[in-house]
Write a protein that binds this ligand. Structure first.
Ligand code: SF4
Length: 627
């Protein structure tokens, strides 16, 4: 089965809708060749025959016409009218919406005011007015239904197009000299298309209903032509005496509309890559934990210990081993650097500590996280929540996306305190000013009323650090907090974190991909590759004599000011996909020391003289290092 259909059928209700609609469409296509009675043939001698009578499966109506035949012909007509009306509305709505959104300015104002005028009329009145002007008939009902739905499509598509028109890839196409029509057709429309398809699939049912409504009022299909609405209208006088004449078309409309809507929801899910991966599913407040067993606690526990932590992502049938048996320990007041390329599992390790990996698709499948000996992953949600922010706080990479754009920074700071402490407004304000002062923000009292967008990148990151400090935590997990900042601001933030660590005895887990930053701040460093720790040791020792070839390569990538001429060498190749890790050493494909034996079996993290390395042929040994 093609992948797209598999995605649709993963939602069982959507699958049921798809099957019903497919069966209906097939039946409607076959109606002309099926052995059915003439739908318009009257037989007044056999009026209102009950369903399941001989030769009359669904009975007859007030003129003795065969209801099964009329139902199938009527369904064929109603579905066709609904689909054509939806396509017409989508075509004109998209044309207006894309033009208004792409060109903006006056074009947008003129088109949207026209749309607003259409929307200002009560919806059904507008449809009635159009039919009244054009005259009753199915074609005119179709035009009316399509016309009143154009504004719905135009408004939707205009909003999306306006957002896309301001994006860099559209600017790039303009700068490349492409014309408006080409940009709209090749850049804009493909991005809008999934929305159009979803909107069409969900509105066909709506259009079937509206056309049936007009026919019910006698403004759509005209006798003797059958459609579902006119069948309902004709059956109205016999509601009490022959209810089956009403129930049959009524049920048909219900089944058609429900099936189309269910299928529309499934199509939306299948077309949206974020919904496909589970990224837009509402995550649970704590990562799903499925541990078969819990590793024994260490004989000499640190302040925070990770023992053989496994975190996986389940996406469809794929299993991504993002964190694969990671063991780490951080002492009180210590700063541990966790370094590796993007995708090596650093951030997932950090988020796993407080159960913050989004589930779905994340799941912790093994290991333990111990804070002063207490297994955090075994705590009930309320206890875990009280640890978050109070004992373990996070500083993330991009403060603009972590700070709420609509709240003043003062409100966000005081909210972080109030989550854990009952304090008065005055106390919260005084503490917020103190925190901003601690992170060296000038005029802290005034800055409390600033919105995040009114601050520079460095200032926002300081606010992020102040929020992390709000509840006087014991451990700060800083996930690449300086990556988005320029070098001078980066140096200030690093100096600030170092000072806070010394003043407050904070432990820090500092995640980065830059050995220069590690050298400035961290006591120890752990190097991560493809979800595993490959080397660990005191920062000075690792920098002076890296043991793992990957560590050596990472260090070689860092330029050294005044260090003389040295070629900066990039690491060839890419890290392996963590859903299909190779056997043996995961770095073998990129390693200049690799031998055949590296590609077999499993490699352990060998501990020697305060350092650890996962390599069969390390660059240096602990003995060489000490010598
Ligand atoms: S185990 Fe072999 S392939 Fe892996 S890093 Fe060491 S030398 Fe290179």
């Amino acid at each position: 089965m093609p992948v797209f259909l598999k995605l649709v059928f993963r939602n069982r209700l959507a699958g049921a809708g798809a099957i019903i609609i497919a069966a209906l469409v097939l039946t409607c296509l076959l109606v002309p060749v099926l052995p059915l009675a003439d739908p318009d043939q009257t037989d007044t001698a056999h009026r209102f025959i009950r369903p399941f009578s001989e030769g009359r499966l669904l009975g007859t109506d007030h003129l003795g016409r065969d209801l099964l035949s009329r139902l199938l012909w009527g369904t064929r007509l109603s579905l066709a009218v609904g689909a054509v009306a939806a396509l017409l509305a989508a075509t004109f709505g998209t044309l207006i919406g894309v033009t208004a959104g792409y060109f903006g300015g006056r074009v947008d104002a003129v088109l949207m005011r026209g749309v607003d005028m259409l929307m200002a009329f009560p919806y059904i009145l507008l449809a009635l007015a159009i039919v009244a002007a054009l005259g009753p008939g199915l074609l005119n009902a179709l035009i009316a239904v399509a016309a009143v739905n154009v504004p719905f499509f135009a408004r939707n598509i205009r909003g999306i197009s306006a957002g896309l028109a301001a994006r860099e890839f559209i600017d790039a196409a303009r700068l490349a000299g492409e014309g408006h029509l080409r940009i709209i057709l090749t850049e804009l429309l493909p991005n809008v298309l999934p929305t159009i398809i979803v909107a069409v699939s969900t509105t066909i049912g709506w259009m079937v209903l509206e056309t049936a409504g007009l026919s019910f009022l006698g403004l759509g299909s005209q006798p003797p032509q059958a459609d579902l609405g006119s069948m309902l209208g004709e059956a109205r006088p016999a509601l009490i005496t022959a209810p089956h004449t009403l129930v049959v078309p009524g049920l048909a409309i219900f089944v058609i509309v429900m099936s189309i809507n269910l299928l529309g929801d499934g199509l939306r899910d299948a077309l949206d890559p974020r919904l496909r991966s589970g990224a837009l599913a509402r995550p649970s407040p704590v990562t799903l934990i499925e541990r078969a067993e819990v590793p024994a606690a260490r004989a000499a526990p640190g302040f925070l210990d990770l023992d053989a932590l496994d975190t996986r992502f389940r996406v469809g049938r794929r299993l991504y081993k993002a964190v694969n048996g990671v063991s780490l320990s951080i002492a009180r007041g210590e700063c541990l650097g966790l370094i590796g390329e993007s995708g090596s599992g650093k951030s997932v390790t950090a988020l796993s500590i407080m159960g913050l990996v989004a589930s779905p698709p994340g799941v912790i499948t093994g290991g333990a996280v111990r804070l002063e000996g207490e297994d955090v992953l075994a705590l009930p949600y309320a206890a875990l929540r009280s640890l978050r922010g109070r004992r373990v706080a996070y500083v993330f990479q991009d403060p603009l996306s972590t700070l709420h754009p609509l709240y003043r920074v003062g409100d966000q700071l005081t909210e972080a305190m109030r989550v854990h402490d009952r304090i008065t407004d005055q106390e919260a304000r005084a503490r917020a000013i103190e925190l901003l002062d601690t992170v060296q923000i000038p005029n802290p009292a005034e800055r409390l009323s600033a919105y995040p967008h009114e601050l520079s990148g460095g200032m926002r990151q300081r606010v992020g650090i102040a929020m992390a400090l709000a509840n006087d935590p014991d451990l700060i997990i800083a996930d690449e907090p300086t990556t988005a900042l320029d070098v001078t601001v980066q140096a200030q933030i690093l100096a600030l974190l170092d000072q806070l660590r010394r003043d407050r005895g904070l432990s820090i887990l500092f995640i980065t991909h830059d050995f220069g930053v590690v050298g400035q701040l961290c006591d120890r460093v752990a190097v991560m590759y493809a979800g595993r720790i490959v080397e660990e040791g005191p920062t000075a020792a690792v920098l002076a004599a890296p043991a793992h070839p990957y560590t050596r390569r990472l260090i070689d990538c860092v330029p050294e000011l005044g260090g003389g001429k040295r070629a900066l060498t990039a690491i060839p190749g890419l890290p392996p996909a963590v859903d299909s890790l190779p056997e043996g050493c995961a770095f073998a494909a990129r390693c200049d020391r690799a031998r055949d034996v590296c590609r077999t079996g499993t490699l352990d993290l060998a501990q020697t003289g305060g350092r650890a390395v996962r390599c069969l042929f390390p660059e240096t040994t602990a003995t060489e290092d000490r010598a």
